[in-house]
Design a binder for this molecule. Structure first.
Ligand code: S3P
Length: 166
Protein backbone atom coordinates (compact mmCIF):
# COMPACT_ATOMS: atom_id res chain seq x y z
CA UNK A 1 0.00 0.00 0.00
CA UNK A 2 1.35 3.45 -0.90
CA UNK A 3 1.87 5.72 2.06
CA UNK A 4 1.40 9.14 0.54
CA UNK A 5 3.25 12.00 2.16
CA UNK A 6 1.45 14.57 4.29
CA UNK A 7 2.77 18.06 3.65
CA UNK A 8 2.07 20.68 6.30
CA UNK A 9 1.97 24.34 5.36
CA UNK A 10 1.10 27.52 7.24
CA UNK A 11 2.58 30.74 8.52
CA UNK A 12 5.72 30.85 10.68
CA UNK A 13 4.80 29.94 14.24
CA UNK A 14 1.50 28.24 13.36
CA UNK A 15 2.75 24.99 14.90
CA UNK A 16 3.67 22.89 11.83
CA UNK A 17 6.55 21.24 13.67
CA UNK A 18 4.77 20.37 16.91
CA UNK A 19 1.60 19.25 15.13
CA UNK A 20 3.68 17.37 12.54
CA UNK A 21 5.63 15.42 15.16
CA UNK A 22 2.44 14.50 16.99
CA UNK A 23 0.76 13.44 13.75
CA UNK A 24 3.74 11.40 12.50
CA UNK A 25 4.06 9.44 15.73
CA UNK A 26 0.37 8.60 15.74
CA UNK A 27 0.32 7.23 12.18
CA UNK A 28 3.83 5.67 12.22
CA UNK A 29 5.18 8.07 9.59
CA UNK A 30 8.62 9.71 9.60
CA UNK A 31 8.67 13.37 10.53
CA UNK A 32 10.88 15.71 8.47
CA UNK A 33 11.27 19.42 9.04
CA UNK A 34 12.34 21.02 5.76
CA UNK A 35 14.29 23.88 7.34
CA UNK A 36 16.24 21.43 9.47
CA UNK A 37 16.97 19.34 6.38
CA UNK A 38 18.21 22.40 4.51
CA UNK A 39 20.46 23.27 7.45
CA UNK A 40 21.78 19.73 7.59
CA UNK A 41 22.47 19.49 3.84
CA UNK A 42 24.22 22.86 3.63
CA UNK A 43 25.86 22.79 7.04
CA UNK A 44 24.58 26.36 7.49
CA UNK A 45 21.84 27.89 9.61
CA UNK A 46 18.84 29.52 7.89
CA UNK A 47 20.05 33.03 8.90
CA UNK A 48 23.49 32.23 7.45
CA UNK A 49 21.95 31.07 4.19
CA UNK A 50 19.87 34.26 3.91
CA UNK A 51 22.95 36.36 4.70
CA UNK A 52 25.25 34.61 2.24
CA UNK A 53 22.94 33.66 -0.62
CA UNK A 54 20.01 36.01 -0.15
CA UNK A 55 16.37 34.98 0.04
CA UNK A 56 16.46 33.87 -3.60
CA UNK A 57 19.33 31.49 -2.85
CA UNK A 58 17.38 30.08 0.09
CA UNK A 59 14.28 29.61 -2.10
CA UNK A 60 16.33 27.65 -4.65
CA UNK A 61 17.58 25.34 -1.90
CA UNK A 62 14.03 24.92 -0.64
CA UNK A 63 12.88 23.68 -4.05
CA UNK A 64 15.80 21.25 -4.36
CA UNK A 65 15.26 19.79 -0.90
CA UNK A 66 11.49 19.57 -1.35
CA UNK A 67 11.92 17.78 -4.70
CA UNK A 68 14.22 15.25 -3.04
CA UNK A 69 11.89 14.70 -0.08
CA UNK A 70 8.84 14.34 -2.32
CA UNK A 71 10.42 11.25 -3.88
CA UNK A 72 10.03 9.45 -0.59
CA UNK A 73 6.83 8.25 1.03
CA UNK A 74 5.37 7.76 4.48
CA UNK A 75 6.59 11.15 5.66
CA UNK A 76 5.00 14.09 7.40
CA UNK A 77 6.82 17.09 5.94
CA UNK A 78 6.75 20.44 7.73
CA UNK A 79 7.48 23.06 5.06
CA UNK A 80 8.82 26.55 5.76
CA UNK A 81 6.12 29.22 5.77
CA UNK A 82 7.17 30.60 2.38
CA UNK A 83 7.89 27.31 0.62
CA UNK A 84 4.51 26.79 -0.97
CA UNK A 85 4.33 30.34 -2.28
CA UNK A 86 6.22 29.00 -5.31
CA UNK A 87 4.14 27.33 -7.98
CA UNK A 88 6.79 24.66 -8.65
CA UNK A 89 6.82 23.67 -4.98
CA UNK A 90 3.04 23.44 -4.87
CA UNK A 91 3.14 21.07 -7.85
CA UNK A 92 5.76 18.91 -6.16
CA UNK A 93 3.76 18.78 -2.93
CA UNK A 94 0.46 18.04 -4.68
CA UNK A 95 2.01 15.19 -6.65
CA UNK A 96 3.56 13.64 -3.59
CA UNK A 97 0.63 13.61 -1.20
CA UNK A 98 -1.91 15.52 0.81
CA UNK A 99 -1.39 19.18 1.71
CA UNK A 100 -2.59 20.23 5.14
CA UNK A 101 -2.89 23.88 6.12
CA UNK A 102 -2.22 24.39 9.83
CA UNK A 103 -4.10 27.58 10.61
CA UNK A 104 -3.38 29.65 13.67
CA UNK A 105 -4.37 33.25 14.37
CA UNK A 106 -1.79 35.91 13.63
CA UNK A 107 -1.31 37.03 17.23
CA UNK A 108 -0.57 33.45 18.30
CA UNK A 109 1.94 32.99 15.48
CA UNK A 110 3.50 36.34 16.28
CA UNK A 111 3.96 35.51 19.96
CA UNK A 112 5.79 32.33 19.00
CA UNK A 113 8.12 33.96 16.43
CA UNK A 114 8.73 37.48 17.69
CA UNK A 115 11.93 36.62 19.56
CA UNK A 116 13.28 34.18 16.99
CA UNK A 117 16.20 34.61 14.59
CA UNK A 118 14.11 33.92 11.48
CA UNK A 119 15.45 36.36 8.86
CA UNK A 120 11.99 37.51 7.79
CA UNK A 121 11.04 38.26 11.39
CA UNK A 122 14.31 40.15 11.88
CA UNK A 123 13.69 42.43 8.93
CA UNK A 124 9.94 43.07 9.34
CA UNK A 125 7.82 45.03 11.79
CA UNK A 126 4.78 43.45 13.44
CA UNK A 127 2.50 45.22 10.93
CA UNK A 128 4.56 44.00 7.99
CA UNK A 129 4.41 40.45 9.29
CA UNK A 130 0.66 40.75 9.69
CA UNK A 131 0.41 41.96 6.11
CA UNK A 132 2.47 38.98 4.93
CA UNK A 133 0.22 36.70 6.98
CA UNK A 134 -2.86 38.17 5.29
CA UNK A 135 -1.29 37.79 1.84
CA UNK A 136 -0.34 34.18 2.41
CA UNK A 137 -3.50 32.96 4.13
CA UNK A 138 -5.61 32.73 0.93
CA UNK A 139 -2.75 30.92 -0.82
CA UNK A 140 -2.48 28.25 1.88
CA UNK A 141 -6.23 27.89 1.83
CA UNK A 142 -6.36 27.57 -1.93
CA UNK A 143 -3.66 24.94 -2.31
CA UNK A 144 -4.49 22.72 0.68
CA UNK A 145 -6.59 19.57 0.71
CA UNK A 146 -7.31 19.85 4.42
CA UNK A 147 -7.38 22.87 6.77
CA UNK A 148 -7.09 22.44 10.53
CA UNK A 149 -7.09 25.03 13.29
CA UNK A 150 -4.27 24.76 15.79
CA UNK A 151 -6.03 26.54 18.61
CA UNK A 152 -6.07 24.07 21.51
CA UNK A 153 -3.22 21.58 21.66
CA UNK A 154 -1.02 20.02 18.94
CA UNK A 155 -2.61 16.72 19.92
CA UNK A 156 -6.08 18.03 19.03
CA UNK A 157 -4.84 19.39 15.70
CA UNK A 158 -3.13 16.07 14.88
CA UNK A 159 -6.31 14.17 15.74
CA UNK A 160 -8.34 16.52 13.52
CA UNK A 161 -5.97 15.82 10.61
CA UNK A 162 -6.23 12.08 11.11
CA UNK A 163 -10.01 12.37 11.26
CA UNK A 164 -10.02 14.21 7.90
CA UNK A 165 -7.67 11.69 6.33
CA UNK A 166 -9.75 8.64 7.24
C1 S3P B 1 10.07 31.41 6.19
C2 S3P B 1 9.71 30.53 7.18
C3 S3P B 1 10.68 29.76 7.97
C4 S3P B 1 11.96 29.53 7.15
C5 S3P B 1 12.49 30.82 6.63
C6 S3P B 1 11.48 31.58 5.77
C7 S3P B 1 9.00 32.18 5.48
O1 S3P B 1 10.13 28.49 8.34
O2 S3P B 1 11.72 28.65 6.09
O3 S3P B 1 12.90 31.59 7.73
O4 S3P B 1 9.26 32.71 4.39
O5 S3P B 1 7.87 32.23 6.01
P1 S3P B 1 9.00 28.30 9.46
O6 S3P B 1 7.66 28.55 8.83
O7 S3P B 1 9.14 26.86 9.87
O8 S3P B 1 9.29 29.23 10.56
Amino acid sequence: MQRKNIILCGFMGCGKTTVGKELASRIFYDFVDMDERIEFVTGMSIPEIFAERGEEGFRELETKVLAELCRGEGQVLATGGGALMRERNVQLAQQSGTIVFVNSEFHLCYDRIKNSDRPIVQRCTRDELEELYNQRLPVYRNICNIEVFNQHTPKDAAKAIIHSLL
